[in-house]
Design a protein around this ligand. Structure first.
Ligand SMILES: Nc1ncnc2c1ncn2[C@@H]1O[C@H](COP(=O)(O)OP(=O)(O)OP(=O)(O)O)[C@@H](O)[C@H]1O
Ligand SMILES: [Mg+2]
Length: 238
């Protein structure tokens, strides 16, 4: 069974359609890339899937229909979203952000355990646990955004441009982390990225959005060899 299944999803702003008839799946522990030019509708797709943007179409999370479910409930059911631009609560401390991420978790013990776990993964965050999130560096904020999203132990994590503004070495570390999350925890990951090179290295499959519709889909290996993809996203002249 797929962790996330999206069928016929359409969404837009102010009555104007932006993405149309999106169909995509993410398996358990699978990393799937969503590629596309600026303005193609990648962020809109993730916002609709997370439920913060009204949409038509069907979504299933681990087989459960979540199409009519609120954004907060989707998080509680296991669909996490790290929005473009990170989305930490800048006026709250690092530790408070982790607790806020776990707002749907009722076990205090589990919140404590998971906070300790993520401080182990990101010692830089532990050192800065009392610091306001808004005063963290870009890379540290990205770490916090992912750790915060993971506090619910999601089945599927949707990340919108996690490498934005990060140095190459930090991005490389982040991608290793995402790969480990998928492999070790079975988290399905849907990743939107400008860095198509790195993304296709860790992804099993990819979809390419063009003008709000899925134009190309396939295995990451196949797409890496596709001359259109190479020209548009990988900077390789055919
Ligand atoms: N709140 C909004 N109101 C009106 N139009 C919007 C809104 N947000 C996005 N759009 C428009 O929807 C289209 C798709 O935007 P979206 O943010 O989904 O693109 P994207 O693929 O994520 O691009 P990028 O790579 O630049 O992040 C764009 O033309 C954008 O101008
Ligand atoms: Mg975007």
């Amino acid at each position: 069974m797929n962790a996330l299944e999206i069928h016929g999803l359409s969404a837009g702003y102010g009555g104007q359609p932006i993405v149309r008839d999106i169909r995509l799946t993410v398996g358990t522990g699978e990393i799937v890339a969503l590629l596309g030019a600026n303005g193609a509708g990648k962020t809109t797709t993730l916002r609709a899937a997370s439920g913060v943007l009204r949409h038509s179409g069907k979504l299933h999370l681990d087989g459960q229909d979540i199409s009519g479910v609120s954004a907060a409930r989707r998080v509680a059911l296991g669909l996490a979203h790290v929005p473009q631009g990170r989305g930490t609560f800048v006026d709250f401390s690092v530790e408070e952000n982790l607790r806020l991420g776990a707002y749907s978790v009722t076990s205090a013990q589990r919140i404590q355990d998971d906070t300790a776990y993520w401080f182990g993964v990101f010692p830089r965050l532990k050192e800065r646990r009392a610091q306001l999130a808004g005063s963290l560096s870009g890379g540290e904020q990205q770490m916090l955004a992912i750790a915060r999203a993971m506090m619910t132990r999601p089945k599927v994590l949707m990340c919108d441009e996690p490498s934005l503004g990060l140095a190459p070495a930090v991005t490389a570390d982040l991608f290793v982390l995402l790969r480990d999350l998928a492999a070790d925890r079975g988290t399905g990951i849907l990743i939107v990225e400008q860095n198509a090179h790195l993304t296709l290295e860790i992804a099993a499959r990819a979809y390419v959005l063009e003008h709000g519709e899925i134009a190309i889909e396939g295995s990451a290996a196949t797409l890496s060899r596709n001359s259109e993809i190479q020209r548009a996203y990988l900077g390789i002249e055919a």
